[in-house]
Design a binder for this molecule. Structure first.
Ligand code: ADP
Ligand code: GLC
Length: 486
């Protein structure tokens, strides 16, 4: 089975969040199940540089892809899986972030940048690549989030090539929907019939995620609980009706973690690798973390936060609980960036507690690994969380997750309540509701559990031994592809 995975980010080439981790891991997760997955990415500068510049092999040329010249370049991901890069300099060759300029403002032509990605994907699936004169099609296109969501729509409305190519769209975050003013519809080369309630029209404009959700043969999201939650208005963000209507086609498949990247026993970012058998080695990681964040040395728990600083992640509640966290005997090391007001509130909070709270406003992959290895507990007070990866990394690293009971956080952490402690299966702490009282109570519980070394170590080891590899989820995707293409 040949699958074209279409996305706007993939590790290690370009990453703004968990989407990149998942897209980068999927080809390796699917290969054992007989699926050859090729990944299509936009030709951002970092992606072209990894390909070795524009000298890479050209597989196809568009004189005008939605009005702009483009080429399809061939490459491989660092793990050896096939990569296709859409080199359209007018759309992607610019400094800044994938979706915004350096000041954080959305690129004004995002409609064109990502409609072109979807159109290119449909052309490729329809046989644009020729090998010895014969078109090389795909059995299925797997699109991720709104940036790739036009691919299923082009496959539906502009079917090219003889074979009918199936499509899957994965929702990694319902909060980002890719909505654009109606004028752009005339410029994306879809037939007028696509401008319909069950097509690409959404609240009088072009809704890219909506277009993908109404066009794809199947919809997946990244945890079973989030798949249920998005049927309600609180989580569906306006698209709940469509999700309910497509109910039978909606599946929740949990993300896994890539053990080549996130494994404390082989992690090259760590000075002292360790496993659940050598937990005592974490002490060195804790001392290193204290030094890196300017924290006083001590045996009390260090909470860590590695996060986008946004409302979704509950980061507005964090400044309110700093007094309680420190008053309970905890310390905090935070790495994150995002909302400027939240960044300021956290910096101000930290300034009141030198030696107890250290804040790093930055994006630093290596540091994020060292924090999981040196911290005692990772705080994740998300208001919604489609899957969440940092709690999975915490589990694997013995950094106990303290999480809001929502989405994938609810599905992956076993709360240390009396029953779970008695049964010896607890892996973390869960709390209900993202507010001062809930978060403060969860911090208190964490500090109390941490003060009981035997119980704490049991919780750490349970997490480290739990299996969040891609094994089961890779098979679930492969099974879904098989039913769609049968
Ligand atoms: P989301 O994709 O919603 O941000 P996830 O938990 O799925 O949430 O994934 C976040 C990913 O981004 C993880 O790999 C996490 O380690 C990483 N990350 C988030 N913020 C930072 C940061 N400031 N520095 C380094 N890595 C970060
Ligand atoms: C999104 C979600 C996050 C999920 C990630 C990867 O960014 O916010 O919960 O883990 O995608 O699927």
């Amino acid at each position: 089975m040949k699958v074209l995975s279409v996305a706007s980010e993939a590790v290690p080439l370009v990453k703004t969040g968990g989407l990149a981790d998942v897209v980068g891991a999927l080809p390796g997760a699917l290969a054992p199940h007989g699926v050859e997955m090729t990944t299509l990415l936009p030709g951002y500068p970092s992606v072209l540089a990894a390909l070795g510049g524009r000298r890479a092999k050209v597989l196809h040329t568009w004189d005008a892809l939605l009005g702009t010249p483009a080429r399809l370049l061939a490459g491989t991901l660092p793990d050896g899986h096939p990569l296709l890069v859409l080199d359209a300099p007018a759309l992607y060759a610019r400094e800044g972030a994938p979706y915004t300029d350096a000041a954080g403002i959305d690129w004004a032509d995002n409609w064109q940048r990502f409609a072109a990605l979807g159109k290119a994907a449909a052309d490729i699936a329809g046989g644009a690549i020729l090998k010895r004169g014969k078109p090389q099609g795909f059995d299925l296109v797997h699109a991720h989030d709104w940036q790739a969501a036009m691919a299923p729509a082009y496959l539906r409305y502009v079917p090219l090539g003889a074979a009918r190519c199936r499509s899957v769209i994965t929702i990694h975050n319902m909060a980002f929907q890719g909505w654009f003013a109606p004028e752009v519809f005339d410029r994306i080369e879809l037939p007028q019939s696509a401008w319909a309630l069950d097509g690409v029209e959404y609240h009088g404009g072009l809704g890219m995620l909506k277009a993908g959700l109404s066009s794809a043969d199947a919809i997946t999201t990244v945890s079973p609980t989030y798949a249920r939650e998005i049927r309600s208005s609180a989580f569906g963000m306006g698209l709940e009706g469509l999700i309910v209507e497509r109910g039978a086609a909606v599946h929740g498949i949990l993300n896994g973690i890539d053990a080549n990247v996130w494994n404390p026993a082989s992690d090259t970012a760590l000075a002292a690798p360790y496993s659940h058998r050598t937990l005592e080695k974490r002490r060195a990681g804790k001392r290193a973390l204290e030094a890196e964040f300017g924290l006083d040395e001590g045996d009390g728990p260090i909470f860590i936060v590695v996060s986008r600083l946004t409302w979704q992640k509950g980061m507005d509640v964090l400044p309110e609980v700093l007094d309680h966290l420190v008053g309970s005997g905890g310390r905090l090391a935070l790495l994150g960036s995002g909302d400027a007001a939240l960044e300021r509130a956290l910096i101000d909070g930290a300034a009141r507690y030198p030696g107890r709270i250290g804040i790093r406003i930055d994006y630093d992959e290596g540091l994020s690994h060292r924090m999981q290895a040196g911290g005692d507990a990772i705080l994740i007070p998300s208001r919604f969380e489609p899957c969440g990866l940092t709690q999975l990394y915490g589990l694997a690293y013995g950094c106990v997750p303290v999480v809001a009971r929502t989405g994938g956080l609810a599905d992956t952490v076993i709360d240390a309540n009396p029953a779970a402690l008695a049964a010896g299966c607890a892996t973390g702490i869960q709390f209900d509701g993202v507010n001062y009282d809930a978060l403060a109570a969860a911090i208190t519980r964490t500090v109390q559990l941490h003060a009981q070394p035997e119980i704490w170590e049991r919780i750490q080891k349970n997490g480290m031994k739990s299996d969040f590899s891609w094994e089961a989820s890779g098979k679930a995707y492969a099974d879904l592809y098989a039913t769609l293409t049968a």
